[in-house]
Design a protein around this ligand. Structure first.
Ligand code: HEM
Length: 409
């Protein structure tokens, strides 16, 4: 169904008909009514359609066609050679794919180079917190987001969670890179590829019996609302935690960090009318789209266990640190989400972390203004990031590729 006919369906049947179709299978009708105004977005204006009924029509049609005509292996092979923001697209891509990518790689007119540079500097000094919040915290939130947990579980990548985490980390880490949006960086590359992967998933998952059975009544996965839910579990959640932990964040840094995520949402195909213009607007959208839908699922609990097991293995190959990892995860996302994810309570480590954490922050914050500390801290964080990617891919490296099947049943 294209965008126009979806819109028609909404208008003709009225919101009630459409919402009814969804509510039939949605747990306790948990989704709130969409009232968030486009005036609070970077576009400042818009149609105000509920983003739950908006996908990414042009690329969705394109990827469905690429899959159906058997072009995925050829496109993936060529995409492997496209690695830098400023690089020309590989020769030999099908014309329609080439045309889409050429247009999709353009930054929005409102992208502000100065802010992107400032965000890079902010990521440099606060990489420790941001990696922890986006990596571990965001990961644990994502498994309590039923639609995300299930689509990840039943898609091709769900069968190999280590590789899947490494691939997702590629984009997360790229956003935090110093050269993220500079010509020699790679966020644009990863975001455009991810946009195509999501479109492929929209074509494939409806063919998965497992997903269809558990898919929350949704007929097509990864709506614009779903993407913003995940966006909040990364950007908004991280900023809320920094505030809660009293990490000093100057206003200009907060604005720059928001900006790098606004641009990234746009590059992932989110319409500007759904991208919050300010942190206040982000917080209110998050309250509306993220908070009410958090819930426990069998798939989410299983994925959480795999993810925390991996983290424990990374920090200590014998796996003895699992209780500590569980306590850290619980500390990061709070009891409500930890219970949904089935993360066990570790009373001893829980108390230790709650006591030590403010001291650790105070210690780090005292050190940061000293000369050479930011570059040194960055180097250590960077080494950890590279290690994580190397570990997760068993030294093979990884790349974002378009899937052409689902997880085998
Ligand atoms: C793939 C990031 C939102 C489901 C990917 C990939 C990245 C990524 C980097 C490529 C790596 C891979 O192939 O595994 C993001 C970001 C999001 C977002 C940054 C929002 C800010 C979502 C949402 C869903 C979702 C909302 C589902 C509700 C998937 C699935 C794949 C995927 C199923 C494909 C995995 C496979 O190949 O089997 N995403 N994603 N993503 N994403 Fe997302």
């Amino acid at each position: 169904m294209d965008g126009l006919s979806r819109r028609k369906m909404l208008m003709a049947g009225g919101a009630f008909g459409a919402a009814g179709a969804l509510a039939a299978a949605s747990p306790a009708g948990a989704r709130s009514l969409w009232t968030w105004a486009p005036s609070a977005s970077v576009a400042g204006t818009g149609e105000g359609l509920d983003p739950q009924w908006v996908w990414d029509d042009e690329v969705d049609r394109l990827m469905a066609s690429v899959i159906d005509r058997g072009d995925v292996p050829r496109v993936n092979e060529l995409l492997r050679t496209w690695t830098r923001n400023d690089q020309a697209l590989p020769a030999g891509l099908p014309q329609d794919v080439h045309d889409f990518m050429e247009q999709a790689r353009q930054l929005p007119s409102w992208a502000d180079r100065g802010k992107l540079e400032r965000a890079a500097a902010f990521n440099k000094s606060r990489g420790f917190y941001l990696n922890l919040l986006n990596g571990v915290g965001g990961g644990m939130l994502s498994t309590a987001i039923p639609r995300e947990a299930r689509s990840v579980y039943y898609s091709k990548g769900g069968a190999d969670m280590e590789d899947r985490v490494a691939k997702t980390s590629l984009l997360g880490f790229a956003i935090g890179d110093l050269n993220a949006y500079r010509p020699d960086g790679d966020v644009i590359v990863h975001a455009v590829k991810t946009r195509m992967v999501h479109a492929a998933v929209r074509h494939l998952l409806p063919q998965s019996p497992g997903w269809t059975r558990t898919g929350d009544g949704q007929k097509i996965p990864i709506s614009q609302a779903d993407i913003m839910v995940t966006w909040h579990s990364l950007a908004t959640y991280a900023m809320q935690k920094l505030v809660e932990w009293k990490v000093p964040v100057p206003d200009a840094d907060a604005a720059a960090y928001l900006h790098v995520w606004q641009v990234t949402a746009h590059m992932l195909g989110v319409r500007d009318e759904y991208i919050p213009a300010t942190w206040d607007a982000a917080n209110s959208q998050s309250e509306q789209v993220l908070d009410p839908i958090l819930a426990s699922t069998r798939e989410g609990v299983e994925l959480t266990d795999i993810l925390l097991g991996q983290l424990a293995e990374q920090t200590s190959p014998g796996g003895i640190d699992r209780p500590l990892v569980d306590a850290l995860a619980r500390f990061l996302v709070g009891d409500r989400v930890a219970d949904m994810d089935g993360i066990p309570e570790e009373a001893f480590w829980g108390k230790v972390i709650a006591t030590v954490w403010p001291k650790l922050i105070a210690f780090r914050e005292k050190l940061i203004p000293l000369p050479l500390v930011p570059p040194l801290a960055w180097t250590i964080d960077e080494a950890a990031r590279q290690y994580i990617l190397f570990y997760l891919t068993k030294g093979r490296g990884t790349r974002i590729e378009i899937p052409d099947t689902n997880r085998p049943d």
